[in-house]
Design a protein around this ligand. Structure first.
Ligand SMILES: [Zn+2]
Length: 408
């Protein structure tokens, strides 16, 4: 699936109509959750049928396109299914019992209820919500209208702090050529630097939140001074939301670009499989960790890995920073010790680079074991096995590198 996103340009009345459509979606979703809570053994199909009942009972619900109503029921079912799955897998901690929503931000249409105008400059929503015709504002290079309408599976209107956006989910594969580079890399994500790789290169952490913090603090202060329910307060809230949106976009953009650069220049990548949720619980570091946005970054690395069809492997995080990357001796060190000094073989290396090398070797070992077990190239064994396509060149490369390090 490819997602094309445009900003929507319309008038106040049309935006109000979108808001109304979003409210209907939320209403249907919450009604479905209520039905599931009250009855035993409610299935996905029951909820789908329930949409039609709701449309008969509530005249405003009938305004929304029938497939969009079903999409809202699917949304409710997604929350229920997630809860069931967590229970089945005995997920530690909270299981995520479905809750009622009060701040929905989007409405999703399937393949009816909308029409793209000729030339792809406009979209018209044809259901009873009265959204009408909106102008699509976007990058000139992206052209969703070139796809046959049949391939556009979903159209979603999303409300953000700075306006309304339209997303098209297109059933198409992105094709990419990955010229072989014969280079393998391990990366260690950190707080001091965004990541350190096994070649000893570091990428500085942009710390967008830290930079915006002063401004955010001021906006928070301004908001708290405004009278509840006043127009001034609404304006202040909007400004604050926009400032946060900017930070999140900066993070996302940086993570995506860095990941793309990383994947397109390598044939193999290994990273540490961090339990970010556990790390964020550390009160002193949580802000810095969230600001580093490893989760987003690693997700993009995995995504580009699958796109370029190169193996990207998650390595269990045990002892990656403690062990010596040259001889394997475990050298205990606290977080504040920045240099790895090995008493056994005399290797002196930056702490993070040492960790990145360990991650690279562990990743190559996993790849090798997967190749032996014959899982490489097959799908369904694990998330990472999906991306793996077997790169013997990378393994050879690492052996050479390893001996080189030991000599130095
Ligand atoms: Zn050593």
């Amino acid at each position: 699936m490819l997602i094309y996103e445009y900003k929507l340009d319309g008038n106040t009345q049309q935006y109000a109509a979108i808001d109304e459509a979003i409210r209907i979606v939320q209403f249907i979703r919450n009604k479905c959750i209520r039905k599931w809570m009250d009855g035993r053994g409610v299935t996905r199909l029951d909820l789908q049928c329930y949409c039609a009942v709701l449309a008969q009972e509530y005249s405003f619900a009938a305004c929304l396109n029938s497939q969009a109503r079903q999409a809202s029921a699917d949304r409710a079912w997604a929350a229920i299914a997630r809860f069931y799955e967590h229970c089945r897998n005995k997920k530690p901690g909270k299981k995520g019992y479905p809750r009622f929503q009060h701040d929905s931000r989007s409405v999703e249409y399937k393949q009816t209820g909308w029409r793209i105008g000729p030339g792809g400059k406009h979209i018209t929503f044809t259901d009873g919500c009265g959204i009408g015709c909106l102008r699509l504002v976007g990058n000139k290079k992206q052209s969703v209208e070139t796809f046959p309408v049949k391939e556009i599976k979903r159209v979603r209107i999303v409300k953000r702090a700075d306006g309304y956006y339209c997303q098209f989910a297109v059933q198409a594969e992105r094709k990419l050529e990955h010229p072989p580079t014969n280079r393998a890399l391990g990366i260690d994500v950190g707080l001091k630097s965004y990541y350190t790789d096994s070649d000893g290169k570091t990428v500085a952490n942009p710390r967008y939140f830290r930079k915006a913090e002063q401004r955010l603090k001021r906006l928070h202060r301004q908001l708290s001074r405004k009278q509840k329910g006043s127009a001034n307060r609404r304006r202040a809230r909007k400004q604050l939301a926009k400032a946060y949106l900017k930070v999140s976009r900066q993070r996302e953009d940086f993570a995506r670009k860095t990941a793309n650069a990383l994947v397109s220049s390598r044939d193999f990548l290994a990273y540490e499989d961090l339990q970010i949720r556990n790390l964020v619980r550390n009160r002193h570091l949580s802000k810095a960790i969230s600001d580093a946005s490893w989760g987003t970054f690693l997700q993009w690395v995995k995504y580009y890995g699958s796109l370029h069809k190169i193996p990207v492997i998650a390595v269990p995080p045990q002892f990656t920073s403690q062990d010596c990357s040259a001889c394997g001796t475990r050298v205990k060190k606290s977080l504040s010790v920045r240099t790895h000094i090995c008493p056994a073989c005399g290797l002196i290396l930056d702490r993070d680079e040492n960790a990145a090398l360990n991650i690279l070797y562990a990743g190559l070992t996993i790849l090798f074991l997967m190749a032996c077990a014959g899982t490489v190239g097959q799908t369904g064994t694990s998330e990472d096995a999906e991306n793996a396509s077997g790169q013997p060149a990378a393994t050879r490369l690492s052996r050479k590198r390893k001996t080189g390090k030991r000599a130095g």
